[in-house]
Design a protein around this ligand. Structure first.
Ligand code: UGA
Length: 443
């Protein structure tokens, strides 16, 4: 099928590459000429395992192309994805200006019956707005072209995006149009071989499904973080509790890992956006507000342990930080817990020596101007001359450190672990003080 993807961000690029891989003919449009030029040379703007070879191979096979020419791009596709960003407004609601601008561009250039697919995460009711925008533009231009708008949210995870997109758990099709449904079933047929992946529903339910999924996952995390905080007061170990409840299949083990809070470009933004949408219709989303509150507090957790441990005196201390990205296998530091820790430490006059396997360039971009940050090339270099170690991201390479070396190197012999990577007893055997999340404040 001839496919157009408008917006070569994270979602758009992965989706485009995967569709090209199964044989569709995909044109990607973006307004950023530099990005388009770079992609044509095989330079991928994000770190995502498996994406670079996929993009390069499909570009070379001429199944995937990149352009800034909206007219040519839109004329190409029978279906046009809108995959542009919906950044939060000042009040946390999703800003739809880019989505609506693309809708206008589509109306301007479309020449034949087109299915417009909303892939961006957008508030319930946006498909109606997109429809209205396209209809108004067509009327103004005195064009008579048939179109339908479909809500088809994405559920990919950073770090596993290619696989998630290749082997989706579900393909949500929100549409009230038989023609559009048929085109989308055809588009996704290669991913739906056992015919059990497509879930067809009305548009508004599809839009809400996306938010409900992310908010549910965020709720699981905040719930566990709340339990972890209680475990500390009760002298219980949250890791035992986690195993104890996860064994109930109704609860399950996934997404119940306590830690120093969730981050990234999705959970914080989507929870806030749904709270705002709810407020807009006069409903107070109490659970979601609590989810957000618990998470904000949780991001302060490692810092709070440090303040306790060092009796409020972090002035001049050097803190080694392992992990800056909001989770492993990505260089993304948006809303990362590490940022809250770093900024708190700097406020107290501490110096940070940080290492992340992928996010060093990103850290340099965000904090490169700071003299109280040293970005170093290895996790070993981060602890040289440090008083303490803090871990913010559960990269695999952090899971089995040389504890003898840590004990010999860290002046204050203490580890603050925001991802519960170690067994406190093992760490204690090496003479290190250890703070895990919800593990009884063992020292
Ligand atoms: C999330 C969802 O998992 C995807 O299904 C969704 O498609 C995506 O948002 C999106 O809307 O685009 P992502 O933001 O890439 O994906 O990251 P996750 O793997 O969900 O992790 C989010 C945060 O939760 C991370 O900071 C992670 O450390 C934290 N987390 C996760 C926990 O603290 N505990 C857990 O048990 C799981």
């Amino acid at each position: 099928m001839k496919v157009t993807v408008f917006g070569i961000g994270y979602v758009g690029l992965v989706q485009a590459a995967v569709l090209a891989e199964v044989g569709h003919d995909v044109a990607c449009i973006d307004i950023d000429q530099n990005k388009v030029d770079a992609l044509k040379q095989g330079i991928i703007p994000i770190y995502e395992p498996g994406l670079t070879p996929l993009v390069t191979a499909n570009y070379e096979a001429k199944r995937l192309d990149f352009t800034t020419d909206a007219k040519a791009g839109i004329e190409h596709g029978d279906v046009v994805f809108i995959a542009v960003g919906t950044p939060p407004d000042e009040d946390g609601s999703a800003d739809l200006q880019y989505v609506l601008k693309v809708a206008e561009t589509i109306a301007t250039h479309m020449t034949r019956r087109t299915v417009v697919i909303n892939k961006s995460t957008v508030p319930v009711g946006t498909a109606d707005k997109v429809k209205e925008q396209i209809s108004t533009c067509l009327r103004d231009l005195q064009k008579d072209v048939a179109f339908s708008v479909v809500s088809n949210p994405e559920f990919l995870k950073e770090g596993a995006a290619v696989n998630d997109c290749m082997r989706p758990d579900r393909i949500i099709l929100g549409t009230d149009c038989d023609y559009a449904e048929k085109r989308l079933r055809e588009l996704y047929y290669p991913f739906n071989r056992n015919n059990d992946r497509v879930i067809k529903m009305d548009i508004r339910s599809a839009e809400l499904t996306k938010y409900a999924a992310n908010c549910m996952l965020a709720t699981k995390i905040s719930f566990m973080n709340e339990m972890a905080n209680l475990a500390e007061y009760f002298g219980a170990d949250i890791e035992n509790v986690r195993k104890g409840i996860g064994s109930d299949p109704r609860i399950g083990y996934q997404f119940i890992y306590p830690g120093c809070g969730y981050g990234g470009s999705c959970f914080p933004k989507d929870v806030q956006a749904l709270i705002r949408s709810a407020t807009g219709i006069g409903y107070e989303a109490s659970i979601l507000k609590a989810v957000e509150d618990v998470n904000s507090r949780q991001k302060e957790k490692l810092f709070a342990y440090m303040m306790t441990h060092f009796a409020g005196d972090l002035q001049g201390k050097t803190i080694a930080v392992w992990g800056l990205s909001f989770k492993p296998n990505t260089d993304d530091m948006r809303e990362a817990s590490s940022r809250v820790l770093l900024e708190n430490l700097w406020e107290q006059g501490a110096i940070v020596q940080a290492f992340d396997p992928e996010a060093m360039e990103e850290a340099q971009r965000i904090y490169g101007h700071r003299e109280d940050l040293k970005l170093v090339g290895t996790k070993e270099a981060a602890i040289v001359g440090a008083d303490a170690l803090a871990i913010c991201t559960e990269w695999q390479s952090f899971r089995a450190p040389d504890f003898t070396h840590l004990e010999a190197t860290l002046a204050h012999k203490v580890v603050f672990d925001g991802r519960n990577l170690f067994e406190p007893e093992f760490v204690a055997d090496y003479g290190l003080a250890y703070y895990g999340i919800g593990r009884g404040l063992s020292i």
